[in-house]
Each structure stands twice: as structure tokens, then as C-alpha cells.
Design a protein around this ligand. Structure first.
Ligand SMILES: C[S@@+](CC[C@H](N)C(=O)[O-])C[C@H]1O[C@@H](n2cnc3c(N)ncnc32)[C@H](O)[C@@H]1O
Length: 313
């Protein structure tokens, strides 16, 4: 008997949802090129129509990102709805809007996790990459959440500027009491693609980065989760061509992207049901146009710069 694949499923197992594109920061490496509101973002009625379908299809897990999700006018209403239906929620945030009151609300909603982006062990390094960012606010968000018992994680994206601070950052993460710290190679997408020459770490930088990570994995074994994904976005794409994920990547305007590194849109939640979009997604991975373009990207990673120039499959 053949093993079950994503094609056998009637719905995705996971939805990654960029609920907005507005952001208070302008990170040099932002894969979403967030910062301004894009036209046609889902309105409240459309958002709840989408949420209702998530419930009806029994999708167990939603990761909310942005933009900066805490800037979304209905952020907590969305989370309340998901939590009421026992759907696991992860939120990816820069942490800057999390105060005592929001931390309390988050704790009450029993998020599966809150991931705070911390791109340096020091304020100057973090703020050099995260333009208009405030490292102290991000660290304070970790403290507030941990105090309220929220499962808090730190995410670090390595670049030429900050890669040397990984060891120090992991130690800081432990002293804060986070559940885990997550990292991997920077994805050459969005502003990271535009700024690739100034951001991309060298092979030597990565060598010592992964060595430090391996040492820290051992050192913090049983005390804190130190997790890294060792593959870059091209290796990921090669893998996904064979084994597509059982997940959907939903953009703020309701369009659904096939996968981050490719520009293809496989559905539109303003016009189609979630089930229809899921069927389109499954078909799109077998579409010769998609396969041919993906092969070209694999041969020439500079084409990753096109990943946010959305086009229909
Ligand atoms: C796009 S951000 C949006 C959420 C929130 N505004 C924040 O700053 O965390 C979501 C996650 O993607 C990560 N990220 C952004 N650009 C990236 C890139 N080029 N490669 C890998 N991760 C990236 C961020 O560090 C963050 O953890």
C-alpha cells in the first residue's frame, strides 16, 4: 500500500496566514517586504468567512504572521475565534506591542506559542537589521509573556551583521527562560533578495554558526530547545517539488501562494472556497509551468527575487 500523501487529504493540516502587511518596522531582510498596507486586504466579513471554513474543515493549526499581526484591527477577535474552536495558534511577532495587558490576554487564549523575532544579542545589532526596531521592547515582550506562562520562542535570522552573535543570543534566550530558540539560513526572498550582497553570510560564517549551534544544542539539551533548519530555500524548494507540504500560505488579500520562494498564486479566498483552493494547490504542484519555473529558480537562485511578483498558476 502506498503511504498517504498531501494529495489524499481533503484539507490542509496547517495554514500559514499573513494577516496583514502593515508593519512598524522596515527590516532589511524582510521576506514579505512588509511595511505598507497592500490594496484589497480581507475585510472583517471575509476574514470570518475564512475562519469559519478553517473550523468546518477541522484544520488543527494556524500560524499567524504579517506584516506585524498586532497591528491588525481584529487580531484578538481572530485569535479568540480560533481558540474557542480549539485550533492551535502560533503567532510570529516583533513583540513591540506586547505589554502587560496583551500578555495576559495571550495567556488566557492559550496560544500554542508566540515567536518573537530577535535578530541580535545586542540592541545595536538587532536594530541595524530591523530598521525602527526596538530590541529592549522585544526582550521585554519575552519577559512579560514568560511571566504569564506563555510558551515563548525566539526566532533569529542570520545575516552578515548578526551571525556572530548566535552563541550569545542562545545564552540570553536561556537566561530569559524561553521554551526554545529557532533559526536557519536566511531566505533569499523579498527585501533579503534585494539586499542579498550586503546580507548573505559567507560559507565560513555559516560553518562557525552551525558549529556553535551544534555545541549549544548539546549544552542546553533538556533545558531549552535549540532548533535549526539546516537547508536553504533552494534545497527546500527541491524537496517540496517531490513532497509538497500539506499546508497553505494565505496572503493578506486572501490570495494563496503555492510556496514562499515561487511567485505562483493557486487560489483566491475572496472568490473561492477553501476546499476549492486546496484542490487547486494540489493540482498546481503537478503543473508543468510550475515545475519548469521551479527548475529554473533552482538553477539560477537570482530568480528568487521574483517570488513576491505574484502571478496565477
Ligand atoms: C515576516 S516576519 C512577520 C512577523 C513580525 N513582524 C516579525 O517581525 O517577526 C515573520 C518571520 O519571518 C522571519 N523572516 C523575515 N525575513 C526573513 C528571511 N529573509 N529569511 C528568513 N526568515 C525571515 C522574521 O524574522 C520572522 O521571524
Amino acid at each position: 500500500m502506498n503511504p498517504i500523501t498531501f494529495e489524499d487529504l481533503q484539507a490542509p493540516l496547517f495554514v500559514a496566514w499573513q494577516i496583514n502587511s502593515a508593519c512598524n518596522l522596515e527590516c532589511l531582510h524582510c521576506c514579505e517586504e512588509a511595511g505598507h498596507r497592500i490594496p484589497g486586504e480581507l475585510n472583517k466579513q471575509e476574514v470570518f468567512h475564512f475562519l469559519q471554513q478553517i473550523v468546518e474543515l477541522n484544520i488543527p493549526y494556524v500560524a499567524i504572521s504579517g506584516g506585524e499581526p498586532f497591528l491588525h484591527p481584529h487580531f484578538f477577535t481572530i485569535c479568540e475565534f480560533l481558540s474557542k474552536h480549539n485550533i492551535s495558534i502560533k503567532v510570529e511577532t516583533n513583540g513591540e506591542f506586547i505589554d502587560e495587558e496583551k500578555a495576559k490576554k495571550i495567556a488566557q487564549l492559550r496560544f500554542r506559542s508566540v515567536q518573537i523575532s530577535l535578530d541580535g544579542a545586542t540592541a545595536s545589532t538587532h536594530e541595524r537589521l530591523r530598521l525602527r526596531g526596538d530590541w529592549n521592547k522585544a526582550v521585554s515582550a519575552c519577559r512579560l509573556l514568560i511571566k504569564k506562562g506563555v510558551n515563548t520562542e525566539i526566532v533569529f535570522v542570520p545575516t552578515k551583521f548578526n551571525i556572530q552573535e548566535i552563541g550569545q543570543l542562545i545564552d540570553l534566550a536561556y537566561s530569559l527562560g524561553v521554551y526554545g530558540i529557532y533559526t536557519g539560513k536566511i531566505m533569499r526572498i523579498g527585501r533579503a533578495a534585494k539586499n542579498w550582497d550586503i546580507l548573505c553570510p559567507s560559507e565560513k560564517d555559516y560553518e562557525s554558526f552551525f558549529k556553535t549551534l551544534n555545541d549549544k544544542v548539546d549544552y542546553y539539551d533538556g533545558k531549552m530547545k535549540v532548533y535549526y533548519y539546516p537547508y536553504d530555500v533552494i534545497e527546500e524548494l527541491k524537496y517540496r517539488l517531490k513532497f509538497p507540504a500539506a499546508s497553505l500560505l494565505v496572503l493578506p488579500n486572501g490570495k494563496v501562494k503555492l510556496i514562499g520562494p515561487l511567485p505562483f498564486i493557486c487560489g483566491d479566498l475572496k472568490k473561492q472556497s477553501l476546499t476549492e483552493v486546496w484542490q487547486n494547490y494540489k493540482r498546481a504542484w503537478r503543473n508543468p509551468k510550475v515545475i519548469e519555473f521551479a527548475q529554473r529558480v533552482i538553477a539560477n537562485p537570482k530568480l528568487l527575487a521574483e517570488s513576491n511578483r505574484w502571478r496565477k498558476v
